[in-house]
Design a protein around this ligand. Structure first.
Ligand code: SF4
Length: 349
């Protein structure tokens, strides 16, 4: 794009700095900002409240990156999965989910993923690159555009749980959060934003000190190192005790709860002994813990199976009896390629 960058790479602070360096007043910089995110203009020339020389300057320096919709899959439960094509032809997935409390969008932060969880379609392909800020922001804007055109509803929640390890693209993640959280942009409250990590402890500690107090979820999936290392090779770098030490510190700093994601896999991590190990592990931070039991969504390429409903219920009952706050998460889009990376993996060799 002739040395131009996407305007969606900038947060409000960046835009104000750029405006100041170009002798544009903060009054006009804020108009530009609101035109982007409140009025949702996709062209500078549509911003009729700006002076012509500002529009020319914007055009000379920035452009609007695009995401092309390659496929949209709709599930019977209103989950909608988007396969987007980026400007370099890479493919990414974004998922829109319906809940009682609103509409959430699950965004992707990387093309492929190096964490290598062996239950995940995305982990089967190595990371090609990190997504730019504009590519993460555009997922939300494009899904909102789809909602505006089809359902006239608003995105209320963001979960950063799509393809990739968000903390492995930390700076871009944080800039993205600052844009969607901005009260003059998309204004999605930090309590409505959740970032999920496989357990990169240095970034957990960094995240604890950020101004944006988004929620943290840990993909735990096993109650001990032996099982977890079989599922997630990252556990050999950051074993459970190291992660829990970081979580204790995170809780001390933020006073916020942590959600533990636990995928229920048949005859692997779903026995009552596993439930007891999990309860023991969480016991010291029980007051701040919340467990999400997730029925495993089978991925064609791997051999794991989903636990039975009865096993999940027994696991849930055990945790509840031990006063661990816990929920059996509803499956989203089980009739479509719902597991993270499944839709994309159909298109790539
Ligand atoms: S589950 Fe998440 S962190 Fe693990 S391989 Fe898949 S995308 Fe990466």
């Amino acid at each position: 794009m002739n040395g131009k960058q996407s305007i969606y790479n900038l947060n409000r602070e960046d835009l104000l700095k750029w405006a100041k360096a170009n002798s544009i007043s903060s009054f006009y910089a804020l108009k530009i900002w609101e035109n982007l995110y409140r009025n949702k203009f996709r062209s500078f020339s549509d911003m009729s409240d700006l002076k012509t020389d500002i529009i020319k300057l914007l055009d000379a320096n920035f452009y609007f990156n695009t995401l092309e919709i390659k496929e949209v899959q709709k599930s019977n439960d209103s989950t909608i999965k988007f396969l987007f094509k980026l400007e370099d032809d890479s493919l990414i997935e974004t998922v829109l989910m319906e809940h009682k409390f609103g509409k959430s969008v699950c965004v992707t932060t990387q093309i492929g993923c190096n964490i290598g969880c062996n239950f995940c379609a995305s982990g089967l392909k190595p990371k090609m690159r990190d997504l730019k800020v504009c590519e993460i922001v555009s997922q939300v804007l494009n899904v909102q555009k789809y909602l505006d055109e089809n359902l006239k509803e608003q995105i209320t929640h963001i979960v950063v749980m799509g393809i990739g390890e968000p903390f492995d693209n930390y700076n871009n993640l944080m800039k993205f959060l600052s844009i969607i959280n901005d009260d003059r942009a998309l204004a999605i409250g930090s309590r409505h934003i959740t970032v999920s990590t496989s357990g990169l402890t240095p970034q957990i500690l960094e995240f604890a000190r950020e101004n944006i107090r988004a929620n943290l979820a840990l993909s735990l999936h096993a109650p001990n190192n032996e099982l977890r290392s079989k599922l997630m090779r990252i556990n050999k770098v950051y074993p459970i005790e190291t992660i829990f030490e970081a979580l204790q510190e995170y809780i001390k700093i933020t006073n916020k709860r942590v959600t533990f994601e636990y995928i229920m896999i048949k005859n692997f991590n779903d026995t009552l002994q596993n439930a007891k190990e999990l309860a023991d592990l969480i016991e010291p931070i029980k007051k701040f813990a919340y467990v999400n039991l997730i029925p495993y969504n089978p991925v064609f390429e791997v051999e794991y199976e989903r636990s039975t409903d009865e096993t999940i219920k027994n696991f849930f009952d055990f945790l509840s009896k031990h006063k661990i706050r816990c929920v059996m998460r509803r499956e989203h889009g089980s009739d479509i390629d719902a597991a993270c990376g499944q839709l994309r993996s159909r298109y790539i060799k």
